[in-house]
Design a protein around this ligand. Structure first.
Ligand SMILES: [Zn+2]
Length: 59
């Protein structure tokens, strides 16, 4: 029906007019979580590899 409808960027299903550009409420949530996850990762990822904690027996 909707030939101009773009596929859901999350799962690739045809998007629903109610949730576009996603296909369902579930996919909108998945996208939100991804977005916030990225944000939080940036803020909390101060130093995933602490240079002062370099293992000695790494050869
Ligand atoms: Zn989807």
């Amino acid at each position: 029906m909707n030939a101009s409808a773009k596929p859901c960027p999350i799962c690739g299903e045809p998007s629903d007019v109610l949730f576009k550009p996603f296909c369902s409420k579930r996919c909108t949530h998945i996208d939100l979580h991804r977005w916030f996850g990225e944000t939080y990762r940036v803020e909390t990822a101060e130093g995933p590899d602490d240079p002062s904690r370099v293992p000695d027996d790494e050869d």
